[in-house]
Ligand binder design. Structure first.
Ligand code: ZN
Length: 657
């Protein structure tokens, strides 16, 4: 592991700048910390409003990621008060958090890290803490403690496993008091991670990197000796995709809300699921108890969801007395699935969460692989994991109001998503919490939006094979399809029938009608398996109801598509799938309407551009965002009893009314 400290990159040299820089270095390496894990601190002396000098611990606040932390992500705490808290014999973790908040010098600062007391008890000015893979690979072995002591000698104080919270602070204080000496560099917390100390953040960071490098070297020495196998998993097929969609529906039922389910089948996963000891090794438990919140204690091995839920209920029943005041039982669905044929499947309430869980499990696979080539992988006993899963601080989060997005856990597929109305619809669905598969002829669709909820695929919707492959890729990425919005379309040249270019007519029919029949055919198996009933919203046109001269290709092809959608509404009602249509008119904020075209058309009618844009009964401009909002709402429960409807979005048109 490389020391990346660059003295010239540290901002102004204040204590906070120093620790912010070091925190970002640690936080940007996934081999050290993942998604909110780890924490750092620096101690200063500051003069308060009353002129008194106060010893202050600036510690990472909860809710911040080390990789992107800023000054406002640190909470200033009175050290004297923290040291008094540790002296108390016993304290609940909720009471400890209350005391930590009361020790703050800034009421606007975030809640301090639950590990703040560990930072306070270490005398050094700067402290850095990570959950490094290499450390966990060594601690999580039957002889982990002996290996750690063998590697580090007395340079590090070793703290036996205790769950995070007040009791861990007490255990760390006892271990530090008993084992530390002038040359101590920090602490190893068994099955948890590493703390290093230093007079400066640079020193604490350098020690962190050096000590982890030693752990890595020990691990690599074992790994390189082992032969590498080369298992491979089958590529996605319609059969596997349907199986995944079935599983997603069943998992959503257990979770009591729609969830996403993503398939991973790369080489590391293929080798992992091909292990003959898969059940034993994957059934051990997480790398560190914190991970239980994302991954549950163990993954589902294979596909028997009912058996998994029953095992989970039995585990809760067996351990519930560990929480005297009672508990709110969590739902019994797996969050991670390992299957010899499917590979790794990750469950998420939303894409961000799913991607974090996927990262955590990818590291779990790596660490299990390393540890199992040494003395063997050994996780903590189930009871210890249960304590963190049902920790009072986690249970408290459950009772707080959770804001669930209106389309959270749902999956939409939008065609023509790189620009115009399609893009606006994708944006509205993303904002409503859906994961979106966006198809477009334009390769820019890949980056039209960023973040884990977006999956853009370049695809010519009239290419049957490409369309089928895109649908399968979408199901593989998110676990199924709940919402389908065919928005790709072409207008073609304006031509009277007497002069009609027949190739253009054919192209319009292919894109505006043919591709939609094909798309509906391919998505039906997934819409049918949607946990919350499938929905289709076809972007048709005012021209369906009120065609315009010169637009025979456009008007006819859109009408054909509407007729297909109406038949789908009839055929698919028994599957609970709703199929509705919208008829936008004169949506000018799309690529189709160049400034020149707008000027030309307005002049043709003898109107100003503004007047031309609002040529409707309501005298209002119809934007792609307005169309997108209608489409989004049609996909919500508000329209649960509406199918086969055709809704104008045209500002009011006499020929339509
Ligand atoms: Zn920690």
């Amino acid at each position: 592991m490389k020391n990346k400290w660059d003295t010239s990159a540290v901002a102004t040299g204040s204590a906070l700048d120093e620790i912010i820089y070091g925190s970002r270095l640690i936080g940007s390496d996934p081999a050290l910390v993942l998604h909110g894990g780890g924490n750092t601190s620096i101690k200063t002396v500051e003069r308060d409003l009353y002129g008194d000098d106060v010893a202050v611990l600036h510690v990472k606040g909860s809710g911040w990621d080390l990789g992107s932390i800023e000054a406002s992500g640190f909470t200033p705490l009175r050290i004297e008060r923290l040291r008094r808290i540790i002296e108390i014999d016993a304290l609940s973790d909720s009471d400890m958090m209350n005391e930590l908040r009361l020790a703050s010098l800034d009421s606007r600062a975030p809640d301090p890290s639950v590990e703040s007391l560990l930072h306070a008890l270490l005398p050094a000015r700067a402290v850095m803490h990570s959950h490094a893979d290499a450390i966990l690979a060594i601690t999580n072995q039957p002889d982990g403690e002996a290996r750690i002591r063998g590697l580090y000698g007395d340079r590090l104080v070793v703290v036996p496993y205790v769950m995070p919270g007040f009791d861990l602070a007490k255990a760390a204080l006892a271990a530090w008091t008993a084992q530390s000496h002038k040359g101590s560099l920090g602490m190893v917390l068994m099955n948890h991670g590493l703390f290093t100390t230093g007079a400066t953040a640079e020193e604490a960071y350098a020690r962190h990197i050096e000590l982890i490098t030693e752990a890595e070297e020990l691990c690599f020495a074992s790994v390189s000796a082992a032969p590498t196998s080369a298992a491979e998993l089958p590529a996605i097929t319609a059969e596997l995709a349907i199986e995944i969609a079935e599983m997603r529906r069943a998992i959503s039922e257990l979770a009591t809300h729609p969830v996403l389910l993503s398939r991973f089948s790369g080489p590391a996963v293929a080798n992992f699921v091909a292990r003959s000891d898969l059940a034993e090794i994957a059934g051990q438990g997480p790398l560190t108890p914190d991970h239980v919140i994302r991954t549950k204690r163990i993954p589902l091995i294979g596909r028997n969801l009912a058996a998994y839920a029953a095992t989970y209920a039995a585990y809760v029943a067996a351990n519930k007395l560990r929480r005297p005041g009672g508990l709110t039982e969590l739902t019994g669905e797996p969050r991670v699935i390992v299957d010899p044929e499917l590979g790794l499947l990750i469950v998420g309430d939303n894409a961000r969460e799913m991607s974090a869980t996927a990262d955590v499990y990818a590291h779990t696979i790596d660490v299990i692989d390393i540890a199992s080539r040494m003395s063997g992988y050994q996780a903590l006993p189930a009871g210890d994991i249960f304590d963190v899963e049902y920790w009072e601080l986690e249970q408290a989060k459950l009772s707080r109001e959770r804001s669930v997005a209106v389309l959270g856990g749902e999956i939409a597929l939008v065609t023509g998503a790189a620009s115009g109305i399609g893009r606006a619809i994708a944006s509205a669905l993303l904002a409503a919490g859906a994961a979106v598969v966006g198809l477009d002829l334009d390769g820019a669709v890949v980056d039209t939006f960023s973040g884990p909820a977006w999956f853009g695929l370049a695809c010519d919707v009239t290419d049957d094979e490409a369309l089928q492959a895109a649908v399968l890729a979408g199901v593989e990425r998110f676990g199924g399809l709940d919402i389908v919005v065919p928005a790709a379309g072409v207008f073609g040249k304006s031509q009277p029938i007497a002069e009609l270019d027949l190739a253009g007519w054919k192209r319009s029919m292919d894109v505006n009608a043919g591709s939609i029949v094909a798309l509906l055919k391919y998505v039906h198996p997934y819409l049918k398996r949607s946990p919350d009933h499938g929905r289709v919203v076809l972007i048709a046109s005012k021209n369906v109801v009120a065609p315009g001269p010169g637009a025979s290709s456009y008007s006819s092809s859109k009408t054909a598509a509407v007729q297909v959608a109406r038949v789908a509404a009839l055929e698919w009602a028994e599957d609970g799938i709703r199929v509705n249509m919208v008829h936008p008119d004169a949506v000018f904020d799309t690529a189709l309407w160049t400034p020149d075209l707008l000027k030309e058309r307005a002049a043709k009618y003898g109107l100003s551009e503004e007047a031309y844009k609002t040529r409707n009964l309501l005298r209002t401009e119809v934007t792609s965002a307005i169309v997108a909002n209608v489409v989004r709402d049609l996909c919500t429960d508000v329209y649960r009893a509406t199918t086969g409807a055709q809704i104008p979005i045209d500002g009011g048109n006499e020929r339509v009314v």
